[in-house]
Ligand binder design. Structure first.
Ligand SMILES: Nc1ncnc2c1ncn2[C@@H]1O[C@H](COP(=O)(O)OP(=O)(O)OP(=O)(O)O)[C@@H](O)[C@H]1O
Length: 272
């Protein structure tokens, strides 16, 4: 995807972040800078540390060393905020971190069942995050539910149905609607099309790409699938055994990989 040059302000930074479970297992001394409106893909084979890094960046797991800094316009002048609204994620309290994830960020899990409440209606799933932001008007919550079901190509007439009656692909669409309805400043996606049939994946990917573009989303995307990375990410970071081996614009990395590991990764996936 072509990278927007509109607003290059930094949104999220990792400074020397480490979390090691054993030698080469986890993440080691990772530096990241995500700009507003940018999709950063984190790629690498299974076990390279992608999901660990996502958890560290999203405030879900404390690093052994290093800092994760969120540049929040809303944070200025509040506890834990440094200069220009810099929020040191692990210097603020747990409650505040959770509130960030609920109010300003969004998280799309690989398995939609981890991100949805399967027993309550589709509409309630979408409305819940809006309610957390203070929306109480039933008509507006319902209208937003219908609008977002349409946007993710679900039949809005199924607004009262429980997601447990939906297929896996439909549940993933609903999870995406639930996440994006609040227009999050930052979205974390962990293998968002993983675990789905290839044909379902392709349509979902197309829809995600459109939404990312239309909403100008800032995204940290974890995937082992280079085709997904190619379609969604402006920039890539290639991980191997907990370390970053290469980083750059997506087309550069996939068309002209410099590091031997990236060359292997690209050739094993992209050549027939
Ligand atoms: N909580 C944990 N305790 C111990 N070891 C862990 C823990 N979480 C991850 N690991 C190990 O750290 C390494 C990196 O795991 P991680 O899940 O981050 O990799 P990944 O690149 O996301 O792989 P996958 O795509 O298979 O999820 C693996 O060897 C894994 O077994």
């Amino acid at each position: 995807m072509k990278r927007p040059d509109l607003d290059r302000a930094t949104l999220l930074e990792a400074r020397g972040v480490s979390r090691l479970y054993g030698p080469g297992k986890g993440c080691e001394a990772i530096d990241i800078r995500l700009h507003r409106g940018e999709v950063l893909g984190i790629v690498g084979e299974s076990g390279s540390g992608k999901s660990t890094l996502l958890r560290l960046l999203a405030g879900m797991e404390r690093p052994d060393a290093g800092q994760v800094v969120y540049h929040s316009a809303a944070a200025q002048g509040r506890d834990g905020a440094g200069h220009e609204g810099e929020l040191d994620l692990y210097a603020i309290g747990e409650a505040r971190r959770r509130a960030l994830l609920r109010m300003e960020w969004g998280l799309v899990h690989q398995n939609p069942r981890d991100g949805l409440r399967l027993g309550v209606s589709a509409g309630a799933n979408i409305g819940e995050r809006l309610m957390a932001l203070g929306e109480r008007h039933y008509g507006q919550l319902r209208a937003a539910g219908q609008d977002w079901m349409g946007r993710v190509e679900l039949d809005p007439r199924r607004i009262d149905d429980a997601p447990k009656t939906f297929s896996g692909g439909m549940q993933q669409r609903l999870q995406i609607a639930r996440t994006l309805v609040t227009r999050p400043n930052l979205v974390f996606m962990d293998e968002p099309t993983g675990g789905l049939d290839v044909s379902v994946q392709a349509r979902l990917l197309d829809m995600l790409r459109t939404l990312v573009r239309e909403l100008g989303l800032s995204v940290i995307l974890v995937t082992h699938d280079l085709a997904v990375a190619r379609l969604l990410a402006h920039r890539l970071m290639v991980m191997r055994r907990g370390q970053v081996v290469e980083t750059g614009l997506t087309d550069q990395i996939l068309d002209d990989p410099q590091h031997a590991y990236t060359q292997l990764l690209v050739s094993s996936v992209l050549t027939p």
